[in-house]
Design a protein around this ligand. Structure first.
Ligand code: PEP
Length: 246
């Protein structure tokens, strides 16, 4: 199975999302075992879901709260995300780790809450530039993955997103991606046993139609989590077509 997920971050208004869906759906032909996902910001979720539902594309939220309800002003719960039409939720994105203080400890109850509400967690992990330069990449990833036994086997997609490659135009080299994805697979199997073999591992970080084909040839790269290039329907479509052809 190959997977391409658009992370729109805090971009687009309703009219832009509608135009994106129209342009994308006009040319998109579901094919083979390729899953397409779109993660709009909260106010756009229902409109996007309504438009893409018949295409089979999944809709993801970009974050969610661990508690089901209560006095958490500004937050959105997993039941609300599920109720708004989402199939999954991105968790642990490096921007949430950086700006919202997301940590391994806060992610455990979020992953559990997502699953309890039939939402597929798409967990992001990745090292900063300083950590890579200090040769700490694998250690950081090991730490970020260490929560897996706590949440146990269950629905899960992973995305390896080196922080230094997100939105910078700097893509990890095929060698770097090969090394890290092999390490992640090994860790996930060590932590979850046989079930770990089935967890798809996406790559994210300045993915474009110019580099995606090569990334897709790397063992254990199940697809891409895409920010910037996913805002342009033609580019996103091209990425999906590349996954279909791989
Ligand atoms: C992301 O936000 O998950 C991402 C990978 O962004 P970009 O593709 O713009 O680097």
């Amino acid at each position: 199975m190959k997977i391409v997920v658009a992370n729109w971050k805090m971009n687009l208004l309703r009219k832009d999302a509608a135009a994106f869906c129209e342009a994308f759906l006009k040319a998109y032909k579901p094919k083979g075992r390729v899953e397409v996902g779109i993660a709009p910001s909260f106010p756009l979720i229902r409109a996007v879901k309504n438009r893409v539902a018949t295409s089979g594309a999944k809709v993801f939220a970009q974050n969610g709260h661990a508690e089901a309800k209560g006095a958490f002003t500004g937050e959105v719960s997993m039941p609300q995300i599920q109720d708004s039409g989402c199939d999954g939720v991105i968790l642990g994105h490096s921007e949430c780790r950086q700006y919202n203080g997301e940590t391994e400890a806060t992610l455990v109850p979020k992953i559990r809450a997502a699953r309890e509400n039939e939402l597929l967690p798409l967990l992001c992990i990745g090292e900063t530039l300083a950590q890579r330069e200090a040769n700490q990449t694998l250690e950081v990833l090991r730490q970020q993955l260490s929560i897996l036994p706590e949440v146990g086997a269950g629905p899960l997609w992973l995305a390896y997103e080196p922080v230094w490659a997100i939105g910078t135009g700097k893509v990890a080299t095929p060698e770097q991606v090969r090394e890290v994805h092999a390490f992640i697979r090994e860790e996930v199997v060590r932590l979850l046993g046989e079930a770990g073999k089935e967890v798809p591992i996406l790559y994210g970080g300045s993915v474009t139609p110019d580099n995606f084909e090569e990334l897709l040839t790397i063992p254990d790269v199940a697809g891409g989590l895409v920010g910037g290039a996913s805002l342009v329907p033609e580019k996103f479509l091209k990425l999906v077509q590349q996954a279909q052809a791989s």
